[in-house]
Ligand binder design. Structure first.
Ligand code: SF4
Ligand code: MSK
Length: 643
């Protein structure tokens, strides 16, 4: 029981589930042992002469009915997983581009362009003239240009590839992996892995890279940019995380999934006096919004809406008996919610035209009627408040946090409004106060103790003066234990602490949702452009770590980050373990080609060791590895830190 989670709020709710006989992902994971053949990538189901399982001591000698060996099978499985992950992120991006187009054409009254400066900056990335033109005209051209990045048929590449350092673009061109268009790479990935097409592991993995890059430097990056244009570029905001953010005397609406479009509108309509009064008329003292997963990150970063928890908290939130409606869009939503919700009083509401779940009420969302639909959903939640039929039990755990560190905000924090710049960051990496940087990202996975590896890795890295940024459920995980508070400086090594205190930022920077991993690519590219740390992402003393990943999206992220030149450590057994050849390609092979690699490492201590060794090696290669004398800082020196 104790090894299900290190979060006391989760353990309290799981005790209730066990006592009252409710199944959760935690209990189902205990009952459902993973299939060892599929787990290693040795099972092929790509045609109906199979499925073929290539296992046993002589697995290397075995062949599927079509003649495929275990290396081809593992590579094909990996390509399919990356294609699914890239599709998920990018389809989210497509919907935002369509929303921007609708706004530009005046086809929705619910949304507007909130960050015009960012719109014009995005236009600049795309070479679209914006000066002196009305914002709607610019927005239409931006939306159409980015939509063409999905289905481009003519020669050309995903537009944002040009935002990578020049040397990186040349590497991708040299190996022919520059993504052409998102939909094209995803479709081609499915085509290549159909029986009897691409059957050479390295050739297959090159396509995994191409597809993942269309996500990281395409679908995800444009999703982030257009979310900022439509809903505002995040800046630091205070809020809180964990189940304790739910309120017994208010109507609790939990927003879960990934997209900001409907959730932003729900946040907006909840401010309306009429709906507030309606809640009071039903006996509540107000309306309380909270998030789960990446929808939580979206509304946390922009609106300060608290997070009820990360991925494994979705069922636990319902178990409190206090959730009057759980509103979901896409991705990472458990089918189990459909069975659990009716056992409490919760209205479980699906909203995406792409996603219906048995047991849920479906209220389909469309941008044209966004405000009306949001009001309808909030009214349903309010009407449900008097129906609470179970004892409400909200664990008394939550931590304050600061979130919303978009790349623009980090730049502003470092240099101020008039000379926003990454220079102070580069300087402090070069002088050794900051040893290196790590992105600790990704999911929870009930096959591992919830949050344990994430917390351990973050603590160790901070103690070794590694600056940590976080996204997705890893970021919420960090928030639940106080790591997103500036006050928690004692966790940091002295050099890092001096910098963080001078700048006034928390030890872990919350940079957003899963698609916002693209913000990390943007920061890394800006750090390279700032100078002094090499001329490519692969020169930087930086690592990417997904300690508790579980989704196909995480494989796409890991792949595009590795192919961008960064060392990636994924915290679990390898999904391609059955193939020594595929493992070799993703590690030494990718290192040779792209300067980054992807390793699967279940041991958190080994992850920390490998991450620190890698950072040290990069520092040595840059010639910045000599330890600096410890200096006492007077006011003048402290000012230099931020100059
Ligand atoms: Fe078996 Fe080949 Fe069909 Fe896969 S594609 S199921 S290995 S016959
Ligand atoms: S929500 S993909 S569990 S991070 Fe983005 Fe969390 Fe992983 Fe889903």
């Amino acid at each position: 029981m104790a090894n299900r989670s290190v979060d006391p709020a989760a353990l309290e709710m799981l005790a209730r589930a066990d006592a009252e006989g409710y199944s959760t992902a935690f209990s189902r994971a205990e009952q459902m042992k993973p299939c060892p053949i599929g787990a290693e990538g040795a099972c092929c189901r790509n045609c109906y002469m199979g499925p073929c399982r290539l296992v046993g001591k002589d697995a290397d000698e075995k062949r599927g009915v079509c003649g495929a060996d275990v290396h081809v099978i593992a590579a094909r499985n990996f390509v399919r997983a990356v294609a699914a992950g890239a599709a998920a992120h990018s389809d989210h991006g497509r919907d935002l581009a369509l929303t921007l187009l609708a706004v530009a054409r005046g086809e929705t009254d619910g949304y507007q362009i909130r960050d015009e400066a960012k719109l014009r900056r995005v236009a600049g990335y795309l070479g679209i003239p914006s000066e002196g033109r009305p914002k709607e005209q610019v927005a239409e051209e931006v939306a159409l240009r980015l939509l063409n990045d999905f289905g481009r048929q003519e020669p050309g590449f995903v537009s944002y590839v040009s935002r990578a350092p020049k040397k990186r673009q040349e590497i991708w061109a040299r190996y022919g992996v520059t993504p052409r268009a998102v939909d094209r790479e995803v479709v081609e990935g499915l085509h290549r892995t159909h029986i009897g097409v691409d059957q050479e592991p390295e050739h297959l993995l090159d396509h995994a890279v191409r597809t993942a890059l269309s996500d990281g430097w395409g679908g995800s990056m444009l999703a982030t940019d257009l979310s900022d244009v439509l809903f505002g570029t995040p800046g630091a905001r205070t809020s809180a995380a964990n189940l304790g953010v739910l309120k017994a005397d208010e109507v609790n609406i939990v927003l879960h999934g990934h997209e900001p479009t409907l959730s932003e509108m729900i946040v907006a309509v909840c401010q309306e006096p009429e709906l507030q009064a309606y809640a009071v008329s039903k006996g509540a003292t107000g309306i309380n919004l909270a998030g789960i997963c990446c929808t939580a990150n979206e509304v946390l970063m922009r609106q300060g809406i608290p997070s009820a928890g990360n991925f494994l908290h979705q069922e636990l939130a319902l178990l409190t008996g206090a959730v009057d409606a759980m509103v979901v869009d896409v991705q990472c939503v458990f089918a189990g919610l459909g069975e659990l919700a009716p056992k409490f009083h919760t209205e479980f509401i699906t909203t995406s035209p792409k996603a219906q779940i048995r047991g849920a009420r479906h209220i389909e969302f469309d941008e044209q009627h966004a405000r009306e639909i949001a009001r309808q959903i909030v009214r349903i939640a309010i009407d449900n408040f008097p129906n609470r039929r179970r004892e409400v039990h909200i664990p008394g755990y939550k931590k304050d946090l600061v979130a919303g560190f978009s790349h623009e905000y980090i730049e502003y924090m470092l240099g101020g409004r008039f000379r926003a710049s990454f220079r102070p960051l580069n300087d402090n990496i070069i002088n050794g106060r900051i040893f290196g940087a790590a992105a600790v990202v990704g999911c929870n996975n009930p096959r591992r103790t919830q949050d344990e590896a994430t917390l351990y890795i973050i603590k160790e890295l901070l103690a070794h003066n590694v600056l940590v940024v976080a996204t997705g459920c890893g970021a919420i995980g960090a928030g639940k234990y106080g790591y997103l508070q500036p006050e928690l400086m004692e966790a940091c090594g002295s050099g890092l602490r001096e910098v963080l205190e001078a700048v006034g930022i928390p030890p872990v920077l919350h940079m957003g949702s899963c698609v916002d991993n693209s913000r990390i690519l943007t920061v890394l590219s800006a750090v390279v452009a700032e100078g002094g740390l090499g001329d490519d992402l692969s020169d930087l003393p930086a690592v990417g770590i997904a300690p508790e990943w579980m989704s196909e999206k995480a494989l796409s992220i890991g792949t595009y980050v590795a192919a961008s030149g960064v060392y990636v450590l994924m915290g679990s057994e390898s999904p391609v373990k059955a193939s020594s050849e595929v493992t070799e390609i993703m590690t030494r092979g990718w290192e040779k080609k792209f300067g980054g690699r992807m390793e699967f490492e279940p041991d958190p201590e080994a992850i920390v060791r490998k991450a620190l060794d890698h950072i040290q090696a990069k520092r040595e290669a840059l010639g910045i590895h000599q330890a600096k004398e410890r200096e006492l800082f007077d006011m003048e020196k402290r000012r230099e830190l931020v100059v």
